[in-house]
Ligand binder design. Sequence first.
Ligand SMILES: Cc1cc2nc3c(=O)[nH]c(=O)nc-3n(C[C@H](O)[C@H](O)[C@H](O)COP(=O)(O)OP(=O)(O)OC[C@H]3O[C@@H](n4cnc5c(N)ncnc54)[C@H](O)[C@@H]3O)c2cc1C
Ligand SMILES: *[C@@H]1O[C@H](CO)[C@@H](O)[C@H](O)[C@H]1NC(C)=O
Ligand SMILES: *[C@@H]1O[C@H](CO)[C@@H](O)[C@H](O)[C@H]1NC(C)=O
Ligand SMILES: *[C@@H]1O[C@H](CO)[C@@H](O)[C@H](O)[C@H]1NC(C)=O
Ligand SMILES: *[C@@H]1O[C@H](CO)[C@@H](O)[C@H](O)[C@H]1NC(C)=O
Ligand SMILES: *[C@@H]1O[C@H](CO)[C@@H](O)[C@H](O)[C@H]1NC(C)=O
Ligand SMILES: *[C@@H]1O[C@H](CO)[C@@H](O)[C@H](O)[C@H]1NC(C)=O
Ligand SMILES: *[C@@H]1O[C@H](CO)[C@@H](O)[C@H](O)[C@H]1NC(C)=O
Length: 566
Amino acid sequence: MISTLLLPLLATAAIGAPQSSNCRCRPSDSCWPSTKQWSALNKTINGNLVAVRPVASVCHQPEYNADACKTVTNLWSDSVWRSSQPGAGQWENWEAWPERNQSCYVDSPQDTACQQGRISLYSAEVQSASDIQRAVRFASTHNLRLVIKNTGHDFLGRSTAPESLQILTHTMKDIKISDNFVPKGSSKSAGPAITIGAGVQLPEMYKAVAQHNRTVIGGSAHTVGAAGGYVQGGGHSPFGHWKGLASDNALEFEVVTADGSLVTANSYQNKDLFWALRGGGGGTFGVVTSVTMRTFEEVPVVAYNFNITTAGGDPRFWDAFAEWHAALPSINDGGGSGYYFGLPNYPIAASVSVSTMITLMLFPEKTDVAEVDKLYQPLAAKLQQIGGVQTVNASIPFPTMNSTIFTMLIGGESDSTGGISMLASRLYSKNLMTSQDGPGRLANAFKSIKWNPYAEFIGHVVAGGAVAANADKVDSAVNPAWRKTISHLLFSRSWATTATLAEQTAVIKNMTDVEIPILRSVEGFVLGANYPRLYSIKQKWDPKGLFISRKGVGSEDWDDAGLCRT
Ligand SMILES: Cc1cc2nc3c(=O)[nH]c(=O)nc-3n(C[C@H](O)[C@H](O)[C@H](O)COP(=O)(O)OP(=O)(O)OC[C@H]3O[C@@H](n4cnc5c(N)ncnc54)[C@H](O)[C@@H]3O)c2cc1C
Ligand SMILES: *[C@@H]1O[C@H](CO)[C@@H](O)[C@H](O)[C@H]1NC(C)=O
Ligand SMILES: *[C@@H]1O[C@H](CO)[C@@H](O)[C@H](O)[C@H]1NC(C)=O
Ligand SMILES: *[C@@H]1O[C@H](CO)[C@@H](O)[C@H](O)[C@H]1NC(C)=O
Ligand SMILES: *[C@@H]1O[C@H](CO)[C@@H](O)[C@H](O)[C@H]1NC(C)=O
Ligand SMILES: *[C@@H]1O[C@H](CO)[C@@H](O)[C@H](O)[C@H]1NC(C)=O
Ligand SMILES: *[C@@H]1O[C@H](CO)[C@@H](O)[C@H](O)[C@H]1NC(C)=O
Ligand SMILES: *[C@@H]1O[C@H](CO)[C@@H](O)[C@H](O)[C@H]1NC(C)=O
């Protein structure tokens, strides 16, 4: 007689085991949920399960539909539309799966079949924490590749995954404002705060607090999700100097964990999870259903724009670049944070180009334009000495943060996305900029990067001030390098949708082997100091690796697609 203990094993063998017990269950495996099981899940989440196809499928045979294809083509680079679609991310390179030659581009020939790529097969368009719990339990029971999509903005492909079940948090838009927020497990008020559902996007959060004559620390984008990858990745802000990182101001998270339970993480309970969720990365420790963030009094702001321009290709552009960076510490200490955009090779007319930097710094709690202008006078004098450098400036005093944000940072309706974008970036410290040769070495590094026409670098002056001071006040998973940073510099590379895998790999390889080492050679920040602690928290809360996000904590135990353990 066969032992009853062996029966389940034999039964598994008979219906066909997954490819290997080290792998997730995939559609070709017999462990894949039956139609009946999918429809049972569908019922438990109020009919909000959808079978997903890439958004451009309507532009390809046999699914071709002329009207629908026209609509998709018109909306292709609209980030607001993309954030709402289960069949889209924000960057088409992360919708494709080039390793399997799978893509579904809007501009590829109509007779080319649309391949699923990294777009999920099913999406649970969740409306509540309990919907999320049901989807998480279903994925766990059936050993599925699970992915959380909020807005799809992630630059490392963390919100798409091949052959996966997606949890789409987009419609979880609840917002609650409180004058006296009391964290669970505490009896003391933590002060005024806003509690936002998982799907709330930055402008929605800003508008809600402004109605109460308050402000909140958030980023600069139309469609980024405040409670998702943004705050969980640390959350940098043009007002970071004033009040710290977004995650420094997070008071509480509600989270669905890998075992399907809904827990509260704050400084009174589940403290390890609270620590990890503030900077340890999205999609890794559980599904956040809501976040509570501190709010602040509305204040006036002076916005100061300063442009630096030379003739195209004039090497003195890089001397000006060095002077700008040498001036950053005093501008930042003077209360300014914001952004600068560099276009070293910017065509302005047929066969005429300029090299230019457009800088925009914001000074909260300031009303005196002359006081701000004074901070820039030493820089203006240095640039004058170089010769061949033109500068112009403009300043605008704003009565409120709200008017500053919606006028200077997120005017218009959406961010332009939909393209192919690979980022190279580095954090650079204030110490580097105050050192004798630091700004010059940074300039030499950036000078040696190849700048095609219109190519751009972006500097984010989103630290210093309170971000630095919080090193001693906030114990979170945020990379400690942020506390010493003055600028987060990046540039991106792209390729055509017709590029072969080999061509794509060549671009990435040059970034990894040539360009990033150039950026890194300027300053050797040691990264990853928090990693061992994050890894052990990950093992505690998600021992089976249900939540694996690409390049996230614990992802090294899996292949790149997160389908099989390595
Ligand atoms: C135009 C633009 C402007 C930006 N500006 C800023 C800025 O000013 N400051 C800044 O810090 N960053 C900025 N970013 C970066 C942005 O914060 C990150 O890309 C972030 O990961 C986006 O999070 P998301 O939830 O909106 O996107 P998604 O791509 O949907 O999610 C990102 C990651 O978080 C996970 N995730 C999403 N929701 C949840 C949840 N509820 N629970 C658990 N995990 C979840 C996903 O699985 C994924 O791993 C910007 C990006 C863009 C494209
Ligand atoms: C889920 O149920 C809804 C409502 O009954 C239905 O419209 C939808 O097609 C179902 N989804 C799937 C994947 O079957
Ligand atoms: C990849 O797919 C495209 C379009 O389906 C096809 O034309 C091409 O031959 C494929 N390439 C390889 C290497 O399989
Ligand atoms: C904040 O700014 C937005 C955009 O200009 C505007 O619609 C909104 O009314 C403002 N809110 C307040 C309270 O002023
Ligand atoms: C908003 O708050 C600021 C700062 O507290 C205050 O000066 C201002 O009068 C308030 N405005 C309104 C309309 O309540
Ligand atoms: C800004 O422009 C004004 C007016 O043109 C000028 O007086 C001032 O010196 C400029 N400031 C700097 C820092 O260049
Ligand atoms: C700086 O350059 C930007 C982009 O060209 C432009 O919009 C802005 O008006 C310029 N600033 C000044 C003060 O001229
Ligand atoms: C690699 O990057 C460097 C620096 O940007 C550039 O000069 C070089 O042309 C690139 N090489 C290739 C093969 O793309």
